[in-house]
Ligand binder design. Structure first.
Ligand code: SF4
Length: 221
């Protein structure tokens, strides 16, 4: 068992299945993935709730609603004017590429779908991978700031690693398994928020301390 597998084994024993991503359907996942850019999940939940209350959480309604009304509905997520444009751009792509049907992505190669998603204005690698993994159920590993911090502190990756390179470190160390990728990402986020914080790792109380090679983080990032 390699170090990343061992980390997940210990983490799963502690956290179990975090059942991430919380959403009623894949479309809500995709909308949440865009809304979560640069904000907390609590704010995303409030924005999604407002979209639901206003009857706006569907491809047709997001297409048809005036930009200002959409922006107002998602105001709690921050950067709401930009995000309203991104939601409309995503829905336009979703209609043109997949006829508003996530299952149409089943037969598409993941790399093609990823490239296509990233051609949408406002969708970068992390958002694309959130959508690919949690909405399309494609086996991609989502990388974010939490993943980076934990990977570097545990010595799995050099500090100057790029996004795709870091994702590759995980996928090459793990079985290709959508549930594993989903839950591992969710667990990294949980640990990153609680223990492996930006300011300083709180290893003393962290359940992952036994998996540190020398009992201490290698590089403080
Ligand atoms: S807080 Fe320490 S033990 Fe926990 S994940 Fe971060 S580096 Fe590892």
């Amino acid at each position: 068992m390699n170090a990343i597998e061992e980390f997940y084994r210990v983490a799963f024993a502690r956290y179990g299945d975090l059942e991430w991503w919380p959403a009623d359907d894949p479309f809500e996942v995709a909308i949440g993935a865009i809304l979560t850019q640069n904000t907390s999940w609590k704010n995303v939940e409030r924005a999604i709730e407002r979209l639901k209350c206003d009857g706006l959480l569907s491809p047709n309604t997001i297409s048809d609603v005036p930009m200002e009304k959409l922006a107002e509905a998602i105001r709690p997520s921050g950067y709401y004017n930009q995000k309203a444009k991104k939601l409309k751009a995503f829905v336009e792509w979703f209609r043109e590429e997949l006829d508003c049907d996530f299952s149409a992505g089943d037969t598409m190669p993941t790399a093609h779908l990823r490239e296509s998603l990233m051609s949408v204005k406002g969708i970068g690698p992390e958002t694309a991978d959130d959508i690919l993994l949690y909405a399309f159920e494609k086996p991609v590993f989502v990388v974010d700031a939490y993943t980076y911090r934990i990977a570097v502190r545990h010595g799995w990756s050099p500090p100057d690693v790029g996004y795709d390179e870091l994702a590759e470190i995980f996928t090459s160390s793990l079985d290709e398994d959508v549930f594993l990728y989903k839950n591992f990402h969710a667990i990294l986020v949980e640990i990153g928020k609680t223990f492996c914080t930006k300011k300083a790792p709180k290893c003393v109380n962290c359940p992952m301390k036994p998996t540190l090679r020398n009992g201490t983080p290698l590089v403080i990032v």
